[in-house]
Write a protein that binds this ligand. Sequence first.
Ligand SMILES: [Zn+2]
Length: 204
Amino acid sequence: MRSNQDNHMIDKYQIEAHTGLAIKILAGQNLRITDIEGGQVVDLVSYSQQNSQEYLSSPRTMDFNNKIYFSSGDVLYSNLSNPMWSIAEDKVGKHTFLFAPCDQKMFEITYGATKPHPNCFDNLSSNLALFGIQPEQIFVPLNIFMNARISENGEIDIHPPRSKAGDFIKLRAEMDMIVGISACSAYKSNDYSFGPIRLEIISR
Ligand SMILES: [Zn+2]
């Protein structure tokens, strides 16, 4: 859906719980990701439209920012060390960039699933395939709203997301990209409840 608010063109999408979407974004546009009901983790991956071998990179981003949690003002880098996103606004204040997208195997290993379970990897790969991105090109997503705490001795503790209903993060695109986004289905990361996500691409 497209609307015009305060002279900004806004394209709106909604991702229902346990689903995903792939979209294109242009340099200079902003992507606002809103946790409609609160407590919902979102996985985001992205690829250069000019070169799909250039993708959003967790290790490069941690290296250049010297940290593992990200918020307003941080720049997120590609595997070729180019800026891909800037975090323009953030109502939550902490996002991780550490975990692979949940997949069928994770649900079998971690939760003992015996039947097909919705998961971020399938949501991302099926939607990104529409833009020619292969499953093998999916690495570590930005784990938006995910509340992981790392202790001094390296233990990871997953806490419920800190995002409340209506909280959002706004990312400014620094290059033309294909973006994959998934509403995560992992139980612990989402405190055992799942909700929809709103996406808005804002152009001036
Ligand atoms: Zn997930």
